[in-house]
Design a protein around this ligand. Sequence first.
Ligand code: GUN
Length: 278
Amino acid sequence: MIIDGKKEAQLLRDKIKKEIDLIKLKFNKVPGLTVILIGDFAPSQIYVKNKEKNAKEVGINSEVVRYPKEISEQEVIKKIRELNDNDAVSGILVQLPLPPQINKEKIINAIDPLKDVDGFHPINVGNLSSGHNATVPCTPLGCLLLIKKNEPNLSGKHAVIIGRSNLNGKPMAQLLLKENCTVTIVHSKTKDLKTECLKGDIVVAAVGVANLVKSDWVKENSIVIDVGINKVGDKIVGDVEFDTVKEKAKAITPVPGGVGPMTIACLLKNTLECFKDR
Ligand code: GUN
């Protein structure tokens, strides 16, 4: 079965829109999302445009603050503090990557954890890892929703996560642990990737290596989630060799059209949750 991320994202956006419509009727208020975009990195321009379009469609007040790549760290932090104090702003997202003169940690730490729709602030990271309420990074949250759609009870399942990034691998592991999975994280220094992957009832590939996961790396009836976005020639492919692995897995996400649309839908979900919590 091929998991239709576009369809699932649409269903989630419809649900969010309905809730925002009701809130607007009742309180005459809507959530606000401000995205800070620095420089002219082409993929970031596309992602931010999509985020803005999707936010507007569900009724979120969306604004993009653009800065040239030479902007100082201090200037960006000043803007973040202003947004922290602005009651109309429910969520703040600083699009990554940042230019070299800007320290990513300092920027993330400056965002009010209650407005941190990316779930990157150490308070949210800590709350997630200690099993408390937290804003969860959008991509792993989207992956979890897709996995649970196919397998509502994950208790006791073995999940193998390829990649240990703060954006994807680590929060994905925390989420699956919370679902009572047995979790293995594998990475570039792991001795035998294939043997480890073969243990997975669930495999999440988030490593950024085109077509890394082959069909003899996954067991029959596994759920395979592909977070990778890699350019090969003029094609976008994932971290999983889709055409062969789809013959073996019980369910698999395509690239594009799998995790990507869910990531943006989860950003809208996080923005709505931050609005309600405040
Ligand atoms: N750049 C690529 N993915 C992301 C993301 O999820 N959040 C932010 N802020 N920047 C990104």
